[in-house]
Design a protein around this ligand. Sequence first.
Ligand code: XIL
Length: 356
Amino acid sequence: MHFRSCFRIAGPLLAVAALASTPQTLREAANASGILIGTAVRPYLLSEPAYSATLAHEFNMIEPEDALKWWTVRPTAESFDFKQGDEIVRFAEAHGIKVRGHCLVWDHNNPKWLAEGHFSPAQLSKLLQEHIATVMKHYAGHVFAWDVVNEGLDEKGTPRDSPWYNRPGIGLSDQGTAYIEQAFRWAHEADPKALLFYNEAEGDTLNRKSDAIYAMVRDFKNRGVPIDGVGMQLHLPRLDYDTGAVAANIERLTKLGLQVHITELDVALPVDSQGGARAEDLQRQADAYQRVVRACLQNSDCTAIQTWGFTDKYSWIGSHSHGAQGAALLFDRAYKPKPAYDAMLKALAAGRTSTH
Ligand code: XIL
């Protein structure tokens, strides 16, 4: 009798204990697996309760989607505006969330005065060094990692035309990746403790661009250029994306002694005029998310997975695709978790599958 009642109590207790140890959020699962789970944020949405509550519950890292780009931070050549970035940092620090910085050097999202200005290489060099130093010092100790250079290479793997490279450039045009190297050296001087990343689009699988990224960062490592990692954007262009090739690419980069961050993951779907996607596509999307998470968790130097936004209510995919695509993220427009969320939670909760 005594034993039987013990068993009757122990059953439910065990069930409760098992429940308590099953992660209920992406953040809990990521903490347990020792990985950062992040998302891009827009500061003006932090006042929306569902937006900020979801962020605080689900993520242990955030990155300003646009708030630290030149077009926000540099209203004029002479001034810096850190209001939006500071708001994000304040929110993050109040919720024990790490902040990843994006981005210091890019040929896009620059203010008009810069994009359309007529500067000499010497002026641009001075502007860029000053920008990197001022922004990184302002956030030193608050932003743990930076995308120093974003999308520096084209699909052939050669440096992309940009004001910083060759239009007219900072004085290192026709010298391949020398301007990228210079930016990393300035960044390291500005905040020696920050992790410095090269971030790129469409260089996630094995292709000409990822081969060129690999060659560049191997050269940087060999010559002691301060670089800590490579960011793979992973705006997935197809549901059947070759995540095996992503894993192989992660493997070769980490063998150089670099970290990999997945920085801008989203999986765009065809949508109807209401923004709705087909049920079978939502399932295939869940599978794609899960495969990316697994590819990262396979390698202990793949240390962060970040999505480019988290609710379909606010995503760059709609405007980028002129409304043809959408529903790319983990939560629907009402902040309800989608199959992609469940799949990601399951994959994160399964933990790391290898320790190499
Ligand atoms: C996008 C933002 O999401 C948009 O809000 C903005 O209008 C344009 O830039 N690669 C990047 C990101 O590195 O900075 C881009 O973000 C998406 C593509």
